[in-house]
Design a protein around this ligand. Structure first.
Ligand code: GLN
Length: 313
C-alpha cells in the first residue's frame, strides 16, 4: 500500500529534477504562446480515488491547445459511437507533423486521427448542434465536465490564434473539398480555434486525465462524464497520435497513453490508477513540452505505471 507521503515525494522529486532543465523553445507561430514565461514548470498527479499531489506552477492557467482535441473526440464518441468516429476520422498515426497537408494527400484526404489538426477539425464538424455557437457551447461544456469546473475562453489567446490560423483554414477547405468535413469549413475552423484557446491549469489537466483513468467518472466530483465503453477508444487514439510523430517513442519509453499541446501541457493516463500532468512552455521540435515530458515520465517510472509492464508485486 503506497501512502500519500510517497506520492507527494515522487511528485516533488520529479518536478525538482526537471525544473531547471534548459532546452526547447516556446511555440511562436501563435504569438501569445511566445510571450508565456519559459521558466514556468508545474506537475500534478491525480489518483482515481481523488487524491491530488501538485508541485511548482500547477495552478498557472495556460492554453489547452491540442489537448482540447481529446475532449472533442470524447464528445463525438458520446454522440456518434466508436464505429462512426473510426469510419469518418480514423485511428491511425500519420507519422507527420500535427498540421501536415502531406498526410492528407497521402491518405485520400482522410485525416487518420482526431488528434492532428485535420482530424480535429473534422471531429468538430461532426458534433451535432443547432449551429456553430451551440457546437462551441457543447465542446466547452465537455472540457468543463472533464476538469470539473467551468473552463473559460481566453480572448487574448483566441485573438492571437484567429489572426494567424491561415494554415488551419487551408486544411479545412481541403477537407471540405474532399467531402471529409461535415459542416461549414470556416465556422468549423473558428470553433476549432476557440477550443484550442481555453485556459486550464496543470491540476485541471491531471483531473481530465484521471477522469479517463476512472472510466469516464471525474474522481473529484464523482460525475459520470463519459460512457465507460468510449474511454478505451480515446486512450487508443492517444497512444497512436497523442504526442504526434514521437508517439511511438513515448509508448516505448513511458508506456502510457498521453496527449500534449503547444501551450506546454502534457498528460498521461494509467487506466484504473490515475493521471499525471506536466506543464512547461518550451517545446521540442515536434511540439511537445521538454520538461513536461520529462516530469510525467519520471512520475510514471517511479510509480511503476506502464501499460505494457507485468507487475511482479
Ligand atoms: N491551436 C494549435 C494549432 O492548431 C494547436 C496545435 C497543437 O497544440 N499541437 O496549430
Amino acid at each position: 500500500m503506497v501512502d500519500a507521503q510517497h506520492y507527494a515525494a515522487v511528485v516533488k522529486a520529479s518536478h525538482d529534477a526537471s525544473a531547471s532543465v534548459q532546452g526547447g523553445v516556446n511555440a511562436s507561430y501563435i504569438p501569445y504562446l511566445a510571450s508565456v514565461p519559459a521558466n514556468l514548470t508545474g506537475l500534478t498527479l491525480v489518483l482515481s480515488d481523488g487524491q491530488v499531489f501538485s508541485e511548482g506552477d500547477s495552478d498557472y492557467r495556460f492554453a489547452i491547445e491540442s489537448i482540447s482535441k481529446v475532449a472533442t473526440l470524447a464528445l463525438a464518441l458520446e454522440q456518434h459511437g466508436p464505429a462512426e468516429v473510426r469510419k469518418k476520422i480514423g485511428a491511425d498515426p500519420t507519422g507527420m507533423p500535427f498540421n501536415s497537408v502531406t498526410a492528407l494527400e497521402l491518405h485520400d484526404d482522410r485525416p487518420q486521427s482526431p488528434l492532428v489538426n485535420a482530424g480535429a477539425m473534422a471531429t468538430v464538424s461532426l458534433i451535432q448542434a443547432d449551429n456553430a455557437e451551440d457546437r462551441w457551447a457543447r465542446i466547452l461544456g465537455m472540457q468543463s465536465r472533464l476538469v470539473g469546473h467551468p473552463v473559460e475562453l481566453s480572448d487574448e489567446v483566441n485573438h492571437s490564434e484567429q489572426s494567424t490560423n491561415f494554415h488551419n483554414r487551408a486544411i479545412a477547405w481541403l477537407l471540405y473539398s474532399a467531402g471529409t468535413l461535415y459542416s461549414d469549413p470556416m465556422e468549423t475552423c473558428d470553433v476549432y480555434t476557440r477550443q484550442c484557446s481555453t485556459l486550464i491549469s496543470c491540476k485541471d489537466l491531471a483531473v481530465f486525465g484521471a477522469t479517463l483513468a476512472s472510466g469516464g467518472i471525474n474522481p473529484l466530483n464523482s460525475e459520470r462524464v463519459l460512457q465507460s465503453t468510449n474511454v478505451p477508444h480515446i486512450l487508443a487514439e492517444m497512444s497512436m497520435e497523442g504526442l504526434y510523430d514521437t508517439s511511438g517513442d513515448w509508448a516505448y519509453t513511458v508506456g502510457l497513453p498521453g496527449k500534449s499541446g503547444v501551450g506546454g501541457g502534457v498528460m498521461a493516463v494509467m487506466p484504473g490508477r490515475g493521471a499525471i500532468a506536466g506543464f512547461s512552455p518550451p517545446l521540442d521540435p515536434i511540439g511537445n513540452s521538454v520538461r513536461g515530458q520529462q516530469m510525467v515520465a519520471a512520475v510514471a517510472r517511479a510509480l511503476g505505471w506502464n501499460l505494457y509492464r507485468v507487475s511482479e508485486d
